[in-house]
Write a protein that binds this ligand. Sequence first.
Ligand code: BES
Ligand code: MN
Ligand code: ZN
Length: 498
Amino acid sequence: MKVSVRCMVPRDVVADAIIVGVYEGAGQLTSEAASVDVLCGGLLKQLIDKREITGKLNEVATIYPPSQTVRKVVVVGLGVADKLDVEKLRQAAANGIKAAAKGKVKSIAAHVLGAGASSINLEDAAAASVEGALLATYSYDVLKSKQEEKTLSEVILLCVGPEAICTIEQGVKRGIVMAEAANLARDLVNAPANHMTPTHMAEKAQQIAKECALHCEVLERSDMERLGMRALLGVAKGSAEPPKLIVLRYNGNPGGATMAFVGKGLTFDSGGISIKPAENMHLMKNDMAGGAAVLGAMQAIGKLKPKVNILGIVPATENMPAGNALKPGDVITAMTGKTIEIISTDAEGRLILADAVAYAAKLGAGKIVDIATLTGACGVALGSVYSAVITNCDKLAQELQSAAATTGERYWPMPNHDEYREMIKSLVADIKNSGGRMGGVMTGGLFIGEFVGETAWAHLDIAPTAYTESEKHYQPKGATGVATRTLAALALLWGEQS
Ligand code: BES
Ligand code: MN
Ligand code: ZN
């Protein structure tokens, strides 16, 4: 989709639809809305006066104006002006564009939603509007033999004065990059496991590296053997697909600190010998969503170029049952030398991440964030409303929250008390890979933390938030791309700090 910025009034616009934002309880139209009302012959103001349109957040109404140049005007509620924030703008833009795009619409014009609101600067408002629009119009239909016709090809952002063009264009660029990164992650997650194999994931990483001038190295089984990554290799043993350890590198601050994002790339989790029930097993193609978020974020980082060095690491493998698969009761030795007793082969994410975070530390990462669809327990604790965070560093957790505040994603801090570590002590090895049902989010997360040494580390459990069965605002059904934008925002924040 093309997004262009133009200095013109709605009366001069030729487009299939115009979106206009109205505030709740405002008394009068903003100057932008008033200029759209000229096109509507005053209908907009009349409908508001008659309380047909209230401006309540995400309210959507369509007006067919007496105009030769614009077929319809979609009015979207922005809520109360004082309470506006970037997440509300993202949602309003999403609901506006979904309504406007109906009926073979090719081009849509709009002023930057929320422009002029006291609490949000114009660049952030433009970024949020574009992000919401591009995230909302995403669909995954490459595998359908008859694809739905996508007519929408152009969004025109109207600006009132030429001095604003540059600022809006900056915001548009960031919005496009962020949305495309999350949509890339969604594509990777929505792809079925017979397409999205570890090999294919590695090829995608190489493609991203080429397009965004990142360095990419893919470690093969033989490299993992040489490095002693027997936790990752143990999970991969039962699968016919060769495992890959993807390492993307972005150097934005030569000589400065390096941070690492490490994402679980389990392309299919059958549970292994501790096999999962058949019901919903198909959804376990989503188990590489953490890895997808890392690849998406690396694409965004490569394009936005923050002043920081970032490693994007994705251990990619399947978890399958087989005659030579890992068995419950087996003991394996991770790269750090720690021995692990396997209680459940279905607790495989923490095994592949144990070696991957240790590798990140070995490569010199000063901060490590791992992202994983790690536990069903996470959904029991938080529903699909929040992802969980476990950390050994409060400052890193704060940075994560600041980044999340800009993306609208939600992360809830979970406890890291030593008593949870007691629960994963093994009788026969240094540690075991399951502490049972109770406290599963913490024992799962803290297991991974045992392999980072002294490095500042945070773990994001996105098991309940990576996939959704219901459409909402800018989130269509299916993969959500969760964590992608927040990781990219975190890199931007680190870049500003240096
Ligand atoms: N990939 C699953 C977690 C998961 C469950 C993600 C549901 C998305 C939706 C993970 O590998 C797993 O199987 N975890 C086990 C851990 C247990 C055996 C300690 C779980 O949560 O049951
Ligand atoms: Mn599992
Ligand atoms: Zn898994």
